[in-house]
Design a protein around this ligand. Structure first.
Ligand code: KG4
Ligand code: ZN
Length: 333
């Protein structure tokens, strides 16, 4: 089964053709990072306009590169949410148009299901598993007993971890998107600042607004005294605290839910220290740990095509009344 997948929930216009949920035939992604950089973050109206300009170009390039035609596609998978409404609508309109013209089924895909299924492009998921979803909009611990079954066991009470990385980066004077830069600079820093361990308790929930504010306060206090912070050390300390709590809670969840498999998902899955620490902890506990290749950690349509296949096998399809949603919960258990 060949699925044409479309992802446009934020600042990437991406399309992909995926065979049977596991094999990537071709992916084309147009990123808007350079456009949004000068504003220090994604500007929703600018993002939707850029999607409009690029979506047909991306589709034409995908068909040319893959040497396939729309006739050879069996279904269309599309991200319907959550994300920026204006951005989602462009991908959705494109998917609905192709479905209307060709009569092929339309499969609605939740963005977070996509992030989790990015792992399926590396190696077939094994169940039961715990998925640690860490992105710019989510920080969730998810239990999956089988394909396309999602039970959330913990979540952030305030900021998502990626959001905290980006904010810390910004206040330290680093360019958007800040997460990768914090990751890089932390490698040259030392853990010297007095930052709290974020929500280091017995729950599976997370909270990053406190540690974020602690960083902001230190930076501002130093500025008032005419001083500058040591950016590398701040990045290292922040990353140490965050990764330490995430790793601890994830391992506890794996044990309590009797899972031998951990998958990492979302933009922050690209973080080198988080990967290292989880790998270390999992090998100690004999847990199989998988993460997507870097290109499939951040938003892309390949992961949407992988998820769409399993959604379709569960009978999930939509008609042309399908709408984009800014906030929507994935969890069906
Ligand atoms: O999944 P994603 O592309 O978009 C959302 O669905 O939110 O995630 C983007 C987030 C941004 O906050 C970005 O700074 C963060 O992922 N990110 C990282 C790294 N690479 C991307 N955060 C920490 N370390 C990284 N290496
Ligand atoms: Zn995402």
């Amino acid at each position: 089964m060949y699925i044409l997948a479309i992802e446009s929930s934020c600042d990437e216009t991406s399309m992909s053709i995926i065979k049977d949920g596991t094999e990537e035939i071709c992916t084309v992604t147009n990123t808007q990072i350079d456009i949004h950089k000068e504003f220090g973050g994604v500007v929703p109206e600018v993002a939707s306009r850029s999607h409009i300009e690029n979506i047909t170009i991306v589709l034409a390039e995908l068909l040319e590169k893959s040497k396939m035609t729309i006739d050879m596609i069996d279904a269309i998978g599309v991200t319907y949410g959550p994300g920026l409404i204006g951005s989602l609508m462009i991908g959705l309109q494109c998917a609905k148009t192709i479905s209307l013209v060709t009569g092929k089924p339309l499969i609605p895909v939740h963005h977070i299901a996509g992030h989790i299924y990015a792992n399926n492009l590396e190696k077939r998921l094994e169940f039961p598993l715990i998925a640690l979803v860490v992105s710019g909009g989510h920080t969730d611990l998810v239990y999956m007993k089988e394909d396309y079954s999602f039970k959330r066991i913990g979540s952030t009470l305030d900021d998502a971890v990626g959001e905290a990385y980006d904010k810390v980066a910004k206040v330290c004077g680093l360019e958007y998107p800040g997460g990768p830069k914090v990751d890089k600079l932390a490698k040259e820093g030392n853990d010297t600042y007095d930052l709290p361990y974020p929500l280091d308790d017995d729950s599976y929930n997370f909270s990053f607004s406190g540690i974020k504010s602690a960083v902001v306060n230190i930076v501002h206090n130093e500025e008032q005294r005419g001083k500058k912070i040591r950016v590398n050390d701040m990045c290292k300390t922040f990353q140490n605290r965050v990764v330490s709590v995430i790793t601890k809670k994830t391992i506890r969840a794996l044990k309590e839910y009797n899972c031998q498999n951990l998958v990492l998902a979302g933009g922050v899955a690209a973080n080198s220290y988080l990967r290292e620490e989880l790998s270390r902890a999992c090998s100690k506990e004999n847990i199989k740990f998988s993460y997507p290749r870097i290109a499939y950690c951040t938003d892309n349509a390949a992961m949407i095509g992988a998820a769409a296949y399993y959604a379709y096998r569960k009978g999930i399809t939509a008609d042309l009344t399908l709408n984009a949603v800014a906030v929507e919960t994935l969890y069906n258990e």
